[in-house]
Design a protein around this ligand. Sequence first.
Ligand code: SAJ
Length: 415
Amino acid sequence: MSEPITRIAVIGLGYIGLPTAAVFASNGIDVVGIDVNDAAIASINAGRPHFGEPNLDALVRRVVESGKLRATATMEPADAFIIAVPTPITGHGIASQPDISYVEAAARAIAPVLARGNLVILESTSPVGTTERIADILAELRPDLSFPATAGELADIQLAHCPERVLPGRILEEVVNNARVIGGITRKCAQRALLLYKIFVRGECRLTSARTAELAKLSENAYRDVNIAFANELANICDVLDINVWDLIRMANLHPRVNILQPGPGVGGHCIAVDPWFIVARAPDEAKLITTARLINDARPAQIVGKVAEKTGHLARPTIACLGLSYKRDVDDLRESPAVEVVRLLAEAHFADLLIVEPHITHLPAALSGLTLADFDQALAKSDVVLLLVDHMSFLRVDRAKLSGKIIIDTRGAW
Ligand code: SAJ
């Protein structure tokens, strides 16, 4: 028997939780979103997302006005619980360790309201074994209910890992159309989760085990990290051999089975720069290539700063227009952004005056406090050096005449 799902609680109303909650709500499900951030709750209940993502504003406004989506700080009973909280890392570089404390806290918060027939889904990208860890926490706190580890297919509570795969900037489109991996602790758990996602997912849904789903998600991002590291390594090789790396890659990619990615100032965002460490933490001796790729990508910001110093060494104290802070094109997200790290290292090196241009933000992050956020035109007018860190469309459309006579350092190969 499987109870119909008419009411869902989404725990964590961030980049994944809020769009997911809003899409379920727009498909007629009663959704309550739970978050610890009072400002986010107030903003969502007023019909406004607390971060920028194309088309999310209109959707959130519509589902909040229709009463289908509501945000609160207190857990409520539901048929299904979807956990979409952050899973950061603690420590740095090779010492990075996954921090699943927010997932564990969500499990503890769900426990008191859990009821027979409920489905618990982990969407957060997590180290292998985290879905089972949630089941263990719930089982310990609710000895009156049965769980898959002991009751198998007959368990009162079903648990599954259904990792999100959406690309920031295209979330609403991808959340519906991308294929999904649905990993159940038992087959029945996966089948129950499939019924839930079928409410809105149009992409193919594949059922597997929770552990396979956990590693599949991590592998997708590690695959991209390794491929970007390859491009960045080529950039380093081209530097010593005096070859234009972007030209090189265009040539190599003419081969029908070669598709080299783009070098840049490093890899940012809350996913690709973080997730590979979850694999390394669980299998450090085996994950050699994944570890090396992370280290190559993490070394990029310092290499870019070295390049800037080299190209401006003849100037007494240059003024550098640093274009872009976000982790990639046309988003306002600064998390793990290599551009922020480049600017921070430049400031620390004290050899230049910096004018920072980031059209998607109104104030600088704490890591850059004391520096100047400037308007694009002003920064161009006042600078000797233009350092392109993010290939925002507005930067690519610049009037080339405004760049003439300046030292251009293009870390994205965009100009
Ligand atoms: N980057 C390069 N060179 C490239 C491509 C990207 O330097 O050729 C850099 C970007 O500038 C950025 C970083 O890599 O700093 C990551 O950007 P991205 O667009 O590759 O990926 P994310 O982090 O925005 O989203 C990824 C996606 N994963 C994959 O493409 C395998 C997305 O589908 C996942 O849902 C998301 O991670 C996530 O949540 O895990």
